[in-house]
Design a protein around this ligand. Structure first.
Ligand SMILES: [Zn+2]
Length: 442
């Protein structure tokens, strides 16, 4: 059993809330049993016997959280980036996802993905797999082995999808999902999975029949499972949903009607829901999300690549919608949530200038919060530990960053070093990566 009681010393930086960045030079961060016991300028006596890892002069920050990534799309990231969403799905995403019927192919492709993720800055992920149960379980096995913390979903889709991917009706899709869940539950019991859990994953309303959606709502209630899907990403898609669910009163409201949105009034402890994009969510939808605690996964690079638009993140923050960042591989090309932070600032400025809005662009503090504690809150709501911060009691997910070669001819504050790390760092700058107190890389 490895030792999960130790101390790291360095220049420590984390977010308390969206506006407050805490920085401590040459401070001590204590890991006790895989959790943060706090950050101290002078080490308390009670930890004197813990081994000290000296990272003096390096930045120590919380691990990053990716709230939205499609694992099977990693293989073709950077291709088809001149297309719009629905065309891109037809010509790129669906044909590639169909290949995961072949377990040998899945092993090769998912192996590459997990190796890549292990070395990068993200420590927690919420993941779409494909409709295929064996390949999804294989991905979950690889993730568990890697030490990363993740929620992964076998995708449901029984209509408006190519024959190579479409499941044979609602009953077949639900039966397959039941089998996949049984396999997950047995891996979650005893000495099985510690860091890997299932999440229900209807692809989006256009690809799931009403019967399938209602059945997934029943599974959610029965097993108290979290849910992920897509919401209000693209105008053509929203129009399509309006035709498919004419009575619903909106896209988010349609999920709600199937029991796949927020916590219902009679079940406030229901596991949470995360919706990717929410680019075109209007005030009514934003209020519904805020009222029911539905998370928004903001994926700025994907929204740009697929010309979907710019999500109203400032409104999410003001209305109290819980929010984080997503890479949306392969709508987004870069898996690093540092890149999503940069993109989030840039598109928020474009939104302000292009729409002539009197709306503040996102600050460095706000995007750092979204990419750490903001996304981390989803895992806490799922009972998988507080994450994305060094406040006492949070899981010890930490990155040690060697930033000395991002040089400047003048002195930099810790906040400035963090900002330059977000904009300029590469994989090689990560000199150690810890998840739940276990060193998983370097
Ligand atoms: Zn997506």
């Amino acid at each position: 059993m490895e030792n999960r009681n130790f101390i790291v010393q360095g220049d420590i930086c984390w977010c308390k809330d969206p506006q407050t960045l805490e920085t401590r030079a040459g401070a001590f961060l204590v890991c006790a049993g895989g959790k943060s016991a706090g950050v101290f300028s002078r080490l308390p006596e009670q930890y004197a016997a813990f081994p000290l890892l000296d990272y003096s002069g390096r930045l120590i920050i919380p691990g990053l959280v990716d709230l939205h990534i499609h694992a099977p799309q990693f293989a073709f990231r950077g291709l088809g980036m001149d297309l719009e969403l629905l065309e891109w799905l037809e010509t790129r995403a669906f044909p590639e996802e169909a290949k995961y019927r072949d377990l040998q192919y899945a092993r090769r492709a998912y192996g590459l993905l997990v190796e890549h993720l292990k070395k990068g800055p993200n420590t927690r992920l919420v993941i779409f797999a494909t409709v295929h149960t064996p390949a999804t379980l294989l991905l979950m096995d690889l993730l568990e082995e890697s030490g990363l913390v993740s929620l992964t979903g076998k995708v449901n889709m029984d209509r408006n999808s190519p024959d190579i991917l479409r499941e044979a009706g609602a009953a077949a899709s639900l039966a397959e999902t039941g089998e996949w869940l049984e396999a997950c539950f047995s891996r979650n019991s005893g000495s099985g999975y510690k860091n890997t859990r299932p999440i229900l994953t209807p692809r989006f309303i256009p690809s799931c029949s009403d019967e399938l959606m209602r059945g997934l709502g029943d599974l959610r209630r029965k097993y108290r499972l979290p849910v992920q899907s897509h919401l209000s990403e693209n105008k053509k898609e929203i129009e399509w949903v309006r035709k498919l669910c004419p009575e619903s009163g909106g896209y988010g409201a349609a999920y709600d009607g199937f029991g796949l949105f927020g916590a219902a009034a009679d079940a406030p402890s229901a596991a949470p829901v995360v919706m990717a994009h929410c680019v075109w969510s209007d005030e009514k939808e934003i209020a519904l999300m805020a009222g029911q605690g539905v998370f928004a996964a903001h994926c700025p690079q994907s929204n740009t690549n697929l010309s979907s638009g710019i999500a109203p993140v400032r409104h999410f923050l003001e209305a109290g919608v819980p929010a984080g960042l997503g890479s949306d591989i392969a709508g987004g090309v870069h898996s690093s949530i540092f890149r999503a932070m940069v993109d989030a600032i840039q598109v928020s400025k474009l939104r302000r200038s292009l729409l002539g809005l009197d709306e503040k662009a996102l600050s460095m503090e706000e995007v750092f919060y979204l990419g750490t504690a903001g996304g981390g809150a989803f895992f806490e709501r799922c009972g998988m530990g507080r994450a994305g911060s060094f406040e006492p009691g949070c899981d010890f997910d930490a990155l040690v960053i060697e930033d000395t070669d991002i040089a400047a001819p003048f002195g930099l504050s810790i906040r400035e070093r963090l900002e330059r790390t977000v904009y300029l760092s590469e994989e090689r700058h990560i000199t150690a990566k810890y998840v739940r107190g276990r060193k998983i890389s370097r």
